[in-house]
Design a protein around this ligand. Structure first.
Ligand code: TYC
Length: 103
């Protein structure tokens, strides 16, 4: 204990140190049926990509089979998967979207 309550300040700082949240990457999978334009629009609307970036990601998925669209906390990632899946089904496309923990 020192004049001025220095010990209390140290204890308070330790208590406030918290763990960073576990992060999840949202991944789109390639298929033979979903139109390229639909995927580009999904990347713009739900993942806030500009059209050029969205096109690059879509083509990467088309060639390599899958691609990361964004990295989010668990609840946000789950919501993205839900929104993309709903939009794809509503449009009659089989597009697959999944969330997986970041290593
Ligand atoms: N392979 C699709 C086509 O040729 C395009 C596509 C890209 C589909 C990315 C899904 O996640 C995907 N129309």
């Amino acid at each position: 204990s020192v004049p001025g309550g220095g010990d209390a300040v140290v204890l308070e700082r330790r208590r406030q140190r918290v763990q960073p949240p576990k992060m999840y990457q949202v991944v789109l999978l390639n298929d033979d049926f979903t139109p390229m334009e639909f995927v580009v629009r999904v990347l713009q609307e739900f993942f806030n990509k500009d059209r050029e970036t969205a096109t690059q990601i879509m083509l990467k998925i088309h060639v390599h089979g899958r691609g990361v669209c964004g990295v989010y906390t668990r609840d946000v990632a789950a919501t993205k998967v839900e929104q993309v899946t709903q939009a794809a089904r509503a449009a009659g496309h089989p597009l697959q979207c999944v969330a997986e923990p970041v290593e």
